[in-house]
Design a protein around this ligand. Structure first.
Ligand SMILES: [Zn+2]
Ligand SMILES: [Zn+2]
Length: 326
């Protein structure tokens, strides 16, 4: 294992053929071993959000090795990055809801992200950086899933601390399948179904509860970027149930219409879920390390950094789940 700043820098220069001149030798950095491409990255590549200053290196699903000691973790430690810096002092930060910090800065959006050989870690902000150590049993490729699985856990926890009797996931993409697997691990008695209007995608999630005509559910997770997915889920929400808005909708569909009286009489709850907090990423690492959530078969493609442009411009298929940059 590489353990010093110099060793890691020498290895980087050998592998990538670059000199990390913008990163002073005293500044810590994360040597990126693996980075995952998320839908958010694909959307930002085509249409950067207004909060993103350009030019910007994308990538928020990142794991690697620290160049030197950072916040109690020794140089060479294998870590995954919680991909944000927060203020640490607001009520959200102090109550474990760091994803809602009004001063949040996201790697891959406000700060350069992980589609690079290394991420320079800002020395003056280093105490606000959260790196989670990887359990020995996890590979770097598996650790890439800590962030998406953490987001899924964040969404599922909107039901509260009890186990729902039934969960319906709308959308059989990567997040939908991860949500079904996480629910299987967390809630053994819960009946899980996934609906997708694409027959092939539905067939791919047969083992996770893929169902063409799902029944009503107590918890509905909308993991598809279309308003019709929300309406479909709301129709199948039981009285007293919770529907979670997990995916952002396309810009033109972002305004939805609700029958207030139905929600009122059925005492249904509508909950937003956005990103994840460090505790959920930690839980995601534990679930994967224990073998309770398997992710290997969800890696549909591996590419090198040099192939990034063509990856962003190619047409995705129903068999695309997670592309990982090696
Ligand atoms: Zn992501
Ligand atoms: Zn804060």
């Amino acid at each position: 294992m590489l353990s010093t700043n110099e060793q890691i820098q020498a290895e980087l220069e050998r592998v990538a053929g670059i000199t990390i001149s913008p990163c002073p030798s005293s500044s810590p950095f994360l040597k990126v071993h693996r980075a995952g491409i998320c839908q958010t990255d694909r959307k930002a590549f085509c249409s950067p959000p207004s909060s993103m200053t350009l030019p910007r290196i994308l990538g928020h699903e990142v794991c690697g090795q620290l160049s030197r000691e950072v916040n109690g973790l020794v140089g060479g430690s294998r870590v995954v990055l919680w991909p944000a810096l927060t203020c640490g002092i607001c009520n959200f930060c102090k109550s474990g809801r760091e994803n809602l910090c009004p001063k949040i800065q996201l790697f891959g959006c406000h700060l350069d992200g992980g589609f690079a050989s290394a991420i320079s870690l800002p020395e003056n902000l280093i105490n606000r950086l959260i790196c989670l150590p990887l359990p020995d049993s996890l590979t770097f490729s598996q650790a890439v899933f800590a962030e998406p699985l953490g987001c899924v856990l964040h969404g599922l926890q909107k039901i509260g601390s009890r186990q729902p009797a039934s969960l319906l996931i709308i959308g059989g993409g990567l997040m939908g399948r991860l949500a079904a697997r996480a629910a299987g691990a967390l809630w053994p008695g819960c009946r899980v179904a996934i609906f997708d209007n694409n027959e092939k995608r539905l067939a791919n999630c047969r083992n996770e509860g893929g169902n063409r005509e799902p029944g009503p559910a107590e918890l509905v997770l909308v993991a598809a970027s279309a308003a019709r997915a929300f309406y479909y889920g709301l129709e199948r929400l039981r009285p007293g149930g919770t529907i979670v808005l997990f995916s952002g909708f396309n810009r033109e569909e972002r305004k939805i219409t609700l029958d207030h009286n139905l929600l009122h009489r059925r005492e249904q709850r509508l909950a937003g879920a956005y990103g994840c907090c460090p505790t959920e990423m930690k839980q995601a690492l534990e679930l994967m390390a224990e073998g309770d959530v398997q992710v290997d078969d969800l890696i549909s493609r591996t590419i090198s950094l040099h192939d990034l442009d063509s990856e962003f411009t190619r047409e995705l298929t129903v068999n695309d789940y997670k592309t990982i940059i090696l």
